[in-house]
Design a binder for this molecule. Sequence first.
Ligand SMILES: NC(=O)c1ccc[n+]([C@@H]2O[C@H](COP(=O)([O-])OP(=O)(O)OC[C@H]3O[C@@H](n4cnc5c(N)ncnc54)[C@H](OP(=O)(O)O)[C@@H]3O)[C@@H](O)[C@H]2O)c1
Length: 271
Amino acid sequence: MYKHAIITGGSSGIGKAIATLLIQTGAHVSIIARNQTKLNSTQAELEALKTNSEQQILAISADISHWEQAEKAIAKAITELGSPDLLITSAGIAHPGYFTELPLNIFEETMAINYFGTLYSIKAALPSMIEQRKGHIVLISSGAGLIGLYGYTPYSPSKFAVRGLAESLRGELKTAGLHISIVYPPDTDTPQLAAENQTKPPETKLITQSAQMMTAEQVAIEILQAIYRKVFVITPGLEMSLLMRLHSLISPLLQWYFDSIVTKLRQVNLH
Ligand SMILES: NC(=O)c1ccc[n+]([C@@H]2O[C@H](COP(=O)([O-])OP(=O)(O)OC[C@H]3O[C@@H](n4cnc5c(N)ncnc54)[C@H](OP(=O)(O)O)[C@@H]3O)[C@@H](O)[C@H]2O)c1
């Protein structure tokens, strides 16, 4: 059982689902996100699930893509509830579209939040975790961090970067007595996915339409079960498990399949 979990992006979707499960195990939980109204309403929902009166829930508003804000938010959580024995970096955004049409600021913002926001949160929490010589850090990547996806040119690279960070950091944390996991969720029914569907090119919709979709709760359960077992690579659902193990091998096949979908759609649109 964890004593204090800090969850970036804990006000919504996968982060909120993990917070919900952790609260029910008796943990203190700090959630970090930008929108205070969403934070307040999630905090109220979590308060109702507390298993004992000692339990505390902190809702901290910060934009983790800015180092000063990320550091201040994590410092506040540590001052009030102690060093985290669990840090989950779930804050993220996705804005699909055609590479040629998307403005540069979308690419920059996506990398700033998904990659640097993850890195800043870890940098800010790590000194106290190292001091305690215990704790687990969980980075949320994506299936789009394993294979590049049509229409996801801002998002996929940011999630590849998160994978690189987890894999290169793993050994350093091990020597410090800490654990790390990286999660590759499939499409998950959250507000982010609903927002993505607004800007997804039709080709991307066709490519992803047959993919498995999980609920945020299902993903959260798989994550918690895996981190209790100290699993490094977490792949919720069968499709992500297969993709993780086979992606290098089947990449040419997947590219051929995706290209054939794009070509078919273009032909239909021409007639
Ligand atoms: N849903 C999927 O299909 C899916 C699939 C694979 C991976 N993922 C990944 O899973 C993670 C969670 O996604 P989700 O679907 O649960 O999304 P979500 O419901 O939109 O939640 C995202 C959370 O991140 C917070 N956030 C976004 N930008 C932030 C920033 N700059 N600073 C602090 N907090 C920020 C949001 O709150 P505010 O907006 O108030 O800041 C919200 O709490 C993301 O990293 C996402 O890329 C999602």
